[in-house]
Unconditional design. Structure first.
Length: 371
């Protein structure tokens, strides 16, 4: 039996490659007669670039940019010829920010704009950016700052490039803005289709998980809307502009970027359709499977690209109560790896072992077909 193992990363715990390896070990322990093809994926969030880089034989490079708290910090990107990939989570991802510093209105993303300018100066003409998994909620103001825009309060003081500044913003200077040259194409690999503002926007849907106090939602959401009504009202209507705490909206507005499906782009680049052609079973997974997963996340994207008649099983860290009845989106069965009631810290630490146990149990079920 040929099994294609195509999970996303388990956020703050394991990379997609580590998840794949753990599942493979579990099947091996079960003694099931299976041939495992590891195919780690990403949907634009944390780990997407790592899932793509090996298939494309990309070269890893580093550059100093402005970090999440204003300090200089090294950030990696991957390049081959005129193509470059990077993900925002490498600079301002939740996993990079200590719990005590998770204040999404204070975190700066201007380093991303700086990196874009560097890539273009190196004659890169095609840039893919994964924007999921950020710890910021700045509505894209950091991107603008990294591309030369400046922001002022009512007294004419320069404001830092963070979400908090949107609450005090009075004017914008475009005097030193950087214009993206013709012939440069920037694609945003998005894992959600949330708009920038409103009840389904970046602040209301993702603000809490980033550490934003719900009492601030209305003010922050309104501040982002006010900002874009001044600089680019059309951005408020773009599907997916809310990805990355609004960073996607900033890239569309200030870097002329286009939003594309993160998972479909990843699957295209790694030639998934060819790899899954003769599969008997496909395993997908992510840290938490919930209704948000249905809006463009990796497990659903992989399931949709799996040929009809090939069963898909999801192995996840946890399962939400808002999932539709099975089967859905070509997924026939779902499993949570949690084995006992324990702290989140311990669950994250033991995720690899629990993945092995779950895969091993599934392998034993496959062995029962012989009887």
């Amino acid at each position: 039996m040929k099994i294609v193992i195509a999970p996303d990363s388990f956020k703050e715990s394991l990379t997609a490659e580590e998840v794949s390896e753990a599942i493979k070990r579990g099947f091996q322990q079960s003694k099931a007669d299976v041939d495992c093809l590891l195919c780690p994926v990403g949907d634009g969030g944390e780990g997407t670039v790592d899932a793509i880089r090996h298939s494309l034989d990309l070269e890893e490079k580093w550059i100093q940019v402005t970090g999440p708290f204003g300090q200089k910090e090294a950030m990696r990107y991957f390049q081959k010829g005129e193509l470059a990939l990077f993900e925002v989570a490498d600079l301002v991802g939740l996993g990079k920010i200590p719990l005590e510093k998770r204040k999404p209105l204070k975190i700066q993303t201007c380093g991303i704009g700086e990196l874009i300018r560097h890539l273009i100066s190196q004659e890169i003409r095609e840039i893919h950016i994964g924007v999921g998994g950020t710890a910021s909620n700045d509505g894209g103001i950091g991107i603008a700052a990294g591309l030369g825009y400046q922001f002022y309060d009512r007294d004419g003081n320069v404001l830092p490039a963070c979400g908090q500044s949107l609450l005090n913003l009075a004017s914008v200077s475009i005097e030193n803005r950087y214009k993206i040259p013709e012939g440069v194409h920037i694609n945003i690999l998005a894992d959600v289709d949330s708009p920038l503002c409103g009840p389904q926007g970046s602040t209301y849907i993702f603000g809490k998980q980033k550490g934003l106090d719900p009492s601030m939602f209305a003010d922050v959401d309104q501040a982002i809307q006010d900002f874009y009504e001044k600089v680019s009202p059309a951005t408020l209507k773009i599907k997916g502009a809310g990805a990355g705490g609004g960073l996607a909206g900033g890239l569309c507005t200030f870097a002329s970027a286009d939003i594309v499906s993160g998972i479909d782009t990843c699957l295209d680049l790694i030639n998934f359709d060819k790899k899954v052609l003769h599969a008997d079973l496909v395993i997908v997974g992510e840290g938490r499977l919930d209704r948000q997963s249905l809006a463009g996340k990796a497990p659903i994207g992989v399931a949709k690209r799996t040929p009809v008649g090939v069963p898909v099983i999801a192995i996840c860290g946890s399962l939400a109560e808002d999932l539709p009845p099975l089967p859905f989106e070509n997924i026939q069965a779902v499993f949570s790896i949690l084995e006992k009631s324990e702290s989140l810290e311990d669950s994250l630490k033991n995720a690899s072992l629990y993945l092995e146990h779950t895969a091993s149990n599934i392998g034993r079920l496959l062995n029962m077909r012989k009887f």
